[in-house]
Design a protein around this ligand. Structure first.
Ligand code: PLP
Length: 466
């Protein structure tokens, strides 16, 4: 069926209706839907009417969602979808451009512009080139395959064409994100292939002396160092000036996973903890975290785009590339993909560097306020001072006779907050990460109130809410 204005009006009005309903209820609905109800059905043979579809979504899907776009979803590192990014994301679907290669629309030019803006936003070298990815995991995978190609080049192996063969490499890291370890597995190094370097005391940041010793004693002719800026639990930054100097000395490839920690560079009047990232061979960023664009938006940057291209090259006559820039499909995992940079472009255009920095600073202040309350509360213990946007805590056993996990489950069951677990120095803890533009100071007060009610035993240890 061809384009029908009447049908589109119906769809747009349903969208407006659902959008408004969803946002109107966001503050009041349970933050996490802990027991969603799903009616399994046989495949529809004839399909349903649009009205029926709209009804099904409103009645069966929407009530079973989390409020991850709201201000009190503090699990993982979750950004909300800001309004202009949401608008741009709808347009991405409406326009439905395939950003596999240039030559048929402005979309690739906008992606290139956005990549440049990202470098300017974070004061990174303009020589970094890259590609928008589905998330930081995919960016870490690209880091692994590009480093693999680099090592291969030095050992006379074109890994992309010939496989790993007898690639001789040692990998070093202190606290790699789980997705980096997964990526090492997917890239053929193996999840257990990396050498654990000691951390500084009471920190997840790398001990430079230990790194130096390991690099010096390594028998491998080529090395990869994976650094963090920052770690997902402790928000600790490796000393990247020190790490990059050691990498230079030992001719090691340096990858920095800066998925959300990069945003710290925007805080005004403060020296960044990620100084030295400019010397990295490759960097992972995540726009669907603290830039608050919808999911499906990470970023991989490298000083070696030719190696990235060798790793992701596509050979097929019908895909031949005559663009002046390498086609994005030769720089990433997907051949075909959506116009992923557009919500980032819209966000940077609308908020500007200042507006984005304001959101970051606000979340950090809110996290510190929450951490201060925990620290002064007799019912909970703060595990370590809050430096960024993550607060680590546990119940004080004298006040709340639950272990960390059980306490977190009870807090999540209230529907007022959603928290996820972590481990600090081997001990289970509760982790609160604030990275949503939509989090208000009232949200922080509501969560504090909820923690207090649990401590005062005013919440029944209850059935999950949805
Ligand atoms: C440091 C770091 N790297 C990688 C990831 C993985 O990101 P994604 O889930 O977007 O793939 C995360 C997620 O929290 C992270 O914090």
């Amino acid at each position: 069926m061809k384009y029908s204005p009447e049908k589109n009006t119906k769809i747009l009005s349903a969208l407006t209706d659902q959008f408004e309903q969803f946002y109107a209820n966001l503050d009041d609905k349970a933050v996490a839907c802990l027991s969603p109800t799903m009616n399994e059905q046989d495949i529809p043979v004839n399909g349903v009417s649009f009205e029926k579809l709209h009804q099904l979504i409103s009645e069966e899907v929407q009530p079973n969602l989390s409020a991850s776009n709201g201000g009190r979803y503090w699990g993982f590192v979750t950004g909300g979808a800001n309004p202009v990014a949401t608008y741009a994301d709808w347009l991405v679907t409406t326009f439905n451009q395939n950003v596999s290669k240039g030559g048929d629309s402005i979309a690739t030019a906008i992606e290139h512009q956005t990549l440049k803006w990202i470098c300017q936003l974070f004061d990174l070298p303009s020589s970094l080139k890259g590609v928008f990815t589905t998330g930081a995991t995919a960016a870490n995978l690209l880091a692994a395959v590009t480093a693999r190609q680099y090592i291969g080049k030095h050992q006379g192996i074109n890994v992309a064409l010939e496989g790993m063969r007898n690639l001789d490499v040692s990998i070093f890291s202190a606290t790699p994100h789980a997705s980096m370890v997964k990526s090492l597995g997917m890239a053929g190094f193996g999840q257990n292939s990396w050498n654990k370097i000691d951390c500084l005391a009471n920190s997840e940041a790398i001990d430079l002396t230990a790194l130096e010793a390991s690099l010096s004693s390594s028998q491998s002719p080529h090395k990869i160092v994976i650094a963090s800026a920052a770690t997902v639990t402790g928000t600790d930054y490796d000393d990247l000036l020190g790490v990059s100097a050691l990498c230079k000395q030992h001719k090691a490839w340096l990858h920095v996973d800066a998925a959300f920690g990069i945003f710290e560079r925007l805080i005004p009047d403060q020296e960044t903890q990620s100084k030295g990232i400019e010397f990295a061979d490759s960097i992972t960023l995540d726009c669907h975290k603290w830039l608050n664009v919808p999911y499906d938006c990470g970023l991989f940057l490298t000083q070696h785009p030719a190696l990235l291209k060798e790793s992701c090259e596509v050979y097929a006559p019908y895909l031949a590339d005559d663009d002046t820039h390498p086609a994005f499909m030769t720089l990433g995992i997907e051949n075909s993909r959506r116009f992923r940079a557009f919500p980032v472009w819209a966000t940077i255009m609308f908020y500007g560097k200042y507006g984005i920095a304001t959101n970051i600073s606000k979340n950090i202040e809110q996290a510190k306020k929450f951490a201060n309350w925990i620290e002064t509360s007799s019912s909970y213990e703060l595990i370590k001072p809050c430096k960024l946007n993550v607060v680590l805590f546990k119940p004080n056993q004298n006040a709340i006779p639950l272990d960390s996990n059980a306490c977190m489950i009870e807090l999540n069951k209230t529907g007022k907050v959603f928290l996820t677990p972590g481990q600090w120095q081997g001990e289970p803890i509760i982790r609160a990460a604030l990275s949503n533009w939509n989090t208000s100071n009232e949200d922080v007060d509501k969560v504090i109130h909820t923690l207090q009610l649990l401590a005062d035993k005013k919440y029944e240890l209850s059935e999950p809410v949805c």
